[in-house]
Design a protein around this ligand. Structure first.
Ligand code: HEM
Length: 145
């Protein structure tokens, strides 16, 4: 494994940590804590926190797409010759990742109605599925080696 692949892997996993960790912090720590302050302050704090977190989110999504595409490109021959099961699991992983991004942009644009925290929990659950699928792909690689 060369240095570029190591860096790309760190970037991919680091972006997952920022995206999922940040979302968990927002719904699990930030949102309930804001119930302790008055309505006006709560609105201001939430707007500011969301705005700043969106910057992290946009960066993480861009890095995930770039690093994911790079990894795919590097492994393209491996995936082409892999079992149908591995191809299916990998395809599902990337598809669900795209659904996560669509939910984030849909909520930010106001196209997805309902409580943003509920969408955030849905995304956390989907992210968990993506992480599990990535682990399955990896273990299938190892088994095939
Ligand atoms: C369009 C977006 C994405 C693409 C194209 C992509 C693509 C990939 C590829 C090709 C791999 C290597 C699989 C292998 O052969 O072992 C991978 C690994 C991984 N991905 Fe993604 N991914 C994307 C988004 C995400 C998201 C949103 C998450 C989590 C929420 C995620 C979590 C992971 C994890 C945990 C690994 C395993 C890393 C490792 O063991 O090295 N990915 N991804």
């Amino acid at each position: 494994m060369d240095i570029v692949n190591i860096i790309v892997r760190v970037v991919h996993i680091g972006s997952v940590v920022a995206l999922v960790g940040g979302t968990l912090f927002m719904v699990f720590a930030m949102k309930p804590s804001l119930k302790l302050v008055d309505e006006q302050l709560r609105q201001s704090l939430m707007t500011l926190a969301r705005k700043r977190f969106m910057r992290i989110t946009h960066t993480a999504i861009s890095l995930l797409i770039l690093s994911g595409a790079w990894t795919w490109y590097q492994n393209v021959e491996v995936y082409r010759n892999a079992s149908k099961a591995l191809q299916a699991v990998l395809g599902m992983k990337v598809l669900i990742a795209l659904v996560i991004f669509a939910i984030i942009f849909g909520v930010a644009a106001g196209a997805l109605k309902g409580c943003p925290a509920r969408w955030a929990w849905i995304n956390i659950a989907l992210a968990l599925v993506v992480i599990i699928l990535a682990a399955v792909v990896r273990s299938m690689h190892m088994a095939a080696m």
